[in-house]
Design a protein around this ligand. Sequence first.
Ligand code: AMP
Ligand code: ZN
Length: 468
Amino acid sequence: MLTKFYLYNTLSKTVEEFIPHDEKEVRMYTCGPTVYHFAHIGNLRSYIMEDVLEKALNFNGYHVNRVMNITDVGHLSSDADTGEDKMLKGAKREHKSVMEIAKFYTHSFFADCEKLNIAIPKTVEPATNCIDDFIKVVSALIEKGYAYISGENVYFDTSKVKNYYSLTGHSSDDLKIGVRDDVDEDTNKRNKADFVLWFTKSKFEDQQLKWNSPWGVGYPGWHIECSCISMKHLGEYLDIHCGGVDNIFPHHTNEIAQSEAYLGHPWCRYWFHVQHLNDKAGKMSKSKGDFLTVSLLEKKGYNPLVYRLFCLQSHYRKPLEFSYDALDNVASQYSRLKSRISALNREGAVDETVIDSYRLDFMKALADDLNTSMAVTKIYDVLKADITDAEKYRLIEEFEKVLSLGLLDEETSDVDEELESYINEKIAERLEAKKNRDYATADAIRNELAEKGIILKDTKDGTTWEKA
Ligand code: AMP
Ligand code: ZN
């Protein structure tokens, strides 16, 4: 290990030394996206910081085994089991099936991750793959007396667990049912805080995805999905569970209650929560409809990695306000930094004893509750240091394993040459087709390019094109 690693733990509400259950493997679980819409850059703030955490632990000498779910069923409009399934809402909005939109938005989430240099965990499991696992755990919870059937749904009985509010510091009096005022309290519940493990009757009429279960045809609740997927792949002892702060209650609170009731012992030691990205109107959220995506930033001419740097320059436990002015400042800082690095002469010997202390300094910044802005400052320290260019380059190469800012990437033009010549060929073919009055072929070529994100424009001087 390079150094001791300290992290704020939402469970203890203090910064603690991180000690995994098993030194050989850190087991980390991330709540994945609910794939009913594009991820907004707020969601991606959480995933960027979780990515840095994983990479920082690896850099420090741990081996991280990370698992993420994809929520493709059971996450209702309010996190407290009221309203419509978000996936169904998305499917109706787009006149598609739930599985079609799940596939489309999962793919688009991965594409955003790639643009932001967020490593996708080796294990990514959609909830709809694990119905048998959910049924097994819900059955055991009923058997152990922690769950009950009411109104033909299965509920978790929160009065059966001792420290239900340990993660939040809430008291039961604070609890509101749902966040929407127009939704009635569910009278099937024995206690206000109880939550659904398996739905059959309520919210059922037009649910597209449903499965047989011992309690009738239905579908799982959102909270049980993460508990089961985590236990399925990472076993009975989890080291770190991650998510945005909105997941603390009720989602993670419920995960703890049901997992520990099922296992009969403490489950996850460290809870890592990322504060929200806000815009002037408040928390960025998918349900507001009008939100910022990575593609939108790209359309406006920003390199997505500028947004990554923007996130890394503030601490994950502080709310972050997004503005284009702030992003512009980071964009010019980013290009200055890249030119300084590209001017380094990489050839030459590297003295390991010289670079060791810089490496340790960088690690210490990250080990101080993931102080990423300090870690970024360490790049400037290296650039200023009295060491050779080759040593500077080597250090930045190492820091990049964690920061992943693309600082060593060569500048590439927006469109590669191969694509450019392909488009020109297609434009020539289309022109030929038009000359022959073969408008069907001409239209087919236009549509094919449009599908690839290339828009043709016919002008009096010929056909031009631009990216969609
Ligand atoms: P969802 O797709 O809604 O299930 O959320 C995916 C992840 O994004 C979860 O970890 C949320 O806690 C997190 N999240 C949601 N809104 C924001 C926000 N405005 N800023 C940062 N993280 C967020
Ligand atoms: Zn989750």
